[in-house]
Write a protein that binds this ligand. Structure first.
Ligand SMILES: [Zn+2]
Length: 106
């Protein structure tokens, strides 16, 4: 069995999140599965998300999330378990008014 023909087709850097399993905030409307696989990039998006169960399109991976996942892989290696992705990537607590510009002070 030759792996060479597959190796030349799929070139994935070790720190790339592509091929990684993620848990999405919403279940698939088709099969109700909440896990998706990160697919290859497509302009203008960084990566597509395909349902892990039925293969349906589950959305796009934003630049921030893509970078976040790359950093996780860089620092901790490829995770063996799916990473949960939250819709709100902001680390700020909810409840603050968005018009508040004094948020730099604690
Ligand atoms: Zn599905």
């Amino acid at each position: 069995m030759s792996l060479d023909m597959f190796g030349s087709m799929i070139v994935t850097p070790s720190s790339s999140p592509i091929g990684l399993c993620v848990i999405l905030p919403k279940p698939c409307c088709n099969c109700n599965s909440d896990t998706a696989v990160i697919g290859s990039s497509a302009d203008p998006h960084h990566a597509r998300l395909n349902c892990n169960c039925c293969g349906g399109h589950r959305g796009w991976l934003g630049a921030a999330t893509f970078k976040f996942l790359s950093n996780v892989i860089d620092n901790f290696g490829r995770p063996s378990q799916p990473i949960e992705i939250r819709q709100n990537q902001s680390t700020r607590e909810r409840g603050y008014p968005s018009s508040n510009s004094n948020s730099t002070e604690r």
